[in-house]
Design a protein around this ligand. Structure first.
Ligand code: SAH
Length: 395
C-alpha cells in the first residue's frame, strides 16, 4: 500500500469521513503526494497524519470514493468479501420474493461499494460502473462475482459507457461481456414475466427499483381503467392486468418501449387481452385523452439530475401531476413517483400538493413509498435515498 498516492485533508474537513461518509470532495484536499492517477486507489490522511480511509481517486467534485476506513489492499479478495455480504443480504430478501429472479445485488454506497451497481437477471449479472476506479477493477469484480455465485452465474455484461465520466478512458470500450455472451432473456418478478435486453434496454435493462410498487398496484387494480404513464416495458400494467383491471393503457414517449410492452403483454396474457400501448409524450397524452381513468401511475424519469435545476424539476412534477388530477375519475387512485435524488420527499410532496390544489381535487395520502430493500441506503450516506412515491385517493 506504500506505493499508493496519499491525500491529506484540510484541517476540519475530516468530520464526514470520521462518520463513515464515503465521499471526499476535491475542496477538502490540502495536498497530495505521489502519482495521483484517476482510477487508482489512494490513501487519505488527516492534517495530523492519521489514516482515515482508502478509495478510488477520480477527477471531479467527488475526488475519492472511500472503499475502506481501515488500511486495505483492494484486490479480488476485497470484492469477494463485499459481494458475499451483499449476496447474504439478498438471500434474506429473496426468501420473501417468490417467483422472482431479477434483483439488485449491489447498490453502490448502500452496499459499501461506491461507484458500482450490479443487477441480476436470472443467470446473468449486469455490472454498471459509475467510477473510473470500479471500471479499472472490472476483472477483480468479475472473478469475485463468479466466486460468489459459482456455476449458476453464466454471463456477466459490463455496461458502463453511459455512466462513466465522458473524458475518462476515452479510447476504451466500456460495454463488454466479462463472461459468456447472452444479450437478452426472460426473467420474472412475482410471477410476471419480462423480456429484458440488457444491451439495448434503458439502465441495466430494467427498472428493478419499482418491484414492490408494481406489486402494490395489484391491490388497487380490480375493475379499474388504468393509465400507466411513463410505462417503459409495462411493469405496472402487467400487475394491473393480472389483478383484474378493466382496461389498461401504457403510455411512453419511446416507441421501442411500447413495442417491448406489447411483447411482455403477449408473453404473460397471450393475444387476447385488454391492453393498449400508446407511444406519446405524457403531456400530449393528457391533452388529447378521450378516456378518463380511475387508476393512474406516473413514473417519470429524473426531472432533476442536479440541485441547480431543482426548481424546474419541481415545476415539472407539479404540471404532470396536475394533468393526472384533472383527468382522474371520482374515487380514483393515483400512484405518483419521483426518482430524482435532488428532490427531497417533502419537496416532492409539496409539488403534488400544489398540483392537487390547482386541480381543485380532494386528496388523501394512502401510502408513502420508497425504494425496495435490495436498493439499501447506507445510514452514513443519506444521499442514497432517491425514490419517492405517493399513493393517493382522489375524491
Ligand atoms: N415505470 C417504468 C419505468 C419508467 S422509466 C417501469 O416500471 O419499468 C421512465 C420512462 O419515461 C422511460 O421509459 C422513458 O422512455 C419515458 N419518458 C421520458 N420522457 C417522457 C415523456 N415526456 N413522455 C412520456 N414518456 C417519457
Amino acid at each position: 500500500m506504500s506505493d499508493r498516492a496519499k491525500i491529506v485533508l484540510k484541517s476540519g474537513k475530516d468530520q464526514s469521513i470520521m462518520r463513515f461518509h464515503p465521499w471526499i470532495f476535491s475542496g477538502a484536499i490540502k495536498k497530495s503526494y505521489g502519482n495521483l492517477l484517476e482510477g487508482n486507489v489512494v490513501d487519505v490522511y488527516d492534517n495530523k497524519d492519521n489514516f482515515l480511509g482508502c478509495g478510488h481517486y477520480q477527477i471531479g467534485s467527488i475526488a475519492v470514493r472511500v472503499l475502506s476506513f481501515t488500511p486495505r489492499t483492494i484486490n479480488e479478495d476485497f470484492y469477494r468479501e463485499r459481494l458475499a455480504t451483499a449476496h447474504d443480504v439478498r438471500q434474506i430478501l429473496l426468501a420473501n420474493m417468490p417467483e422472482t429472479d431479477v434483483y439488485r445485488l449491489v447498490h453502490g454506497e448502500g452496499d459499501n461499494l461506491p461507484g458500482l451497481i450490479i443487477d441480476i437477471y436470472g443467470d446473468t449479472a449486469v455490472v454498471q460502473m459509475h467510477s473510473v476506479g470500479m471500471f479499472t477493477d472490472k476483472e477483480h469484480i468479475s472473478n469475485a462475482l463468479q466466486n460468489v455465485y459459482g456455476e449458476s452465474l453464466k454471463h456477466i455484461y459490463c455496461k458502463s459507457n453511459a455512466t462513466l465520466p465522458k473524458k475518462a478512458l476515452e479510447n476504451e470500450t466500456k460495454d463488454m461481456f466479462l463472461l459468456g455472451d447472452k444479450e437478452h432473456g426472460v426473467v420474472q418478478e412475482y410471477g410476471i414475466k419480462y423480456h429484458i435486453n440488457w444491451l439495448e434496454g434503458q439502465k441495466t435493462g430494467f427498472f428493478v427499483d419499482q418491484r414492490e410498487n408494481r406489486r402494490l398496484v395489484g391491490l388497487y387494480a380490480k375493475n379499474r381503467t388504468v393509465a400507466n404513464v411513463f410505462g417503459y416495458t409495462g411493469g405496472f400494467s402487467l400487475f394491473a392486468m393480472k389483478h383484474g383491471a378493466k382496461k389498461v393503457h401504457t403510455i411512453d414517449s419511446s416507441a421501442k418501449a411500447i413495442d417491448l410492452t406489447a411483447e411482455n403483454v403477449e408473453l404473460n396474457f397471450g393475444k387476447e387481452h385488454n391492453h393498449q400501448g400508446i407511444a406519446a409524450d405524457a403531456f400530449d397524452f393528457f391533452a388529447n385523452a378521450t378516456d378518463t381513468y380511475d387508476l393512474i401511475i406516473l413514473d417519470p424519469p429524473a426531472f432533476a439530475k442536479h440541485h441547480n435545476v431543482l426548481s424546474n424539476a419541481l415545476q415539472g412534477y407539479k404540471r404532470i401531476n396536475q394533468r393526472a388530477f384533472e383527468n382522474i375519475g371520482k374515487n380514483g387512485i393515483l400512484l405518483t413517483f419521483s426518482c430524482s435524488q435532488a428532490v427531497s420527499p417533502m419537496n416532492f410532496r409539496k409539488s403534488v400538493f400544489a398540483a392537487a390544489a390547482n386541480a381543485k381535487r380532494k386528496v388523501r395520502i394512502l401510502h408513502q413509498l420508497t425504494q425496495p430493500a435490495d436498493h439499501p441506503v447506507n445510514i452514513f450516506h443519506p444521499e442514497g435515498e432517491y425514490l419517492k412515491g405517493l399513493v393517493l385517493h382522489v375524491e
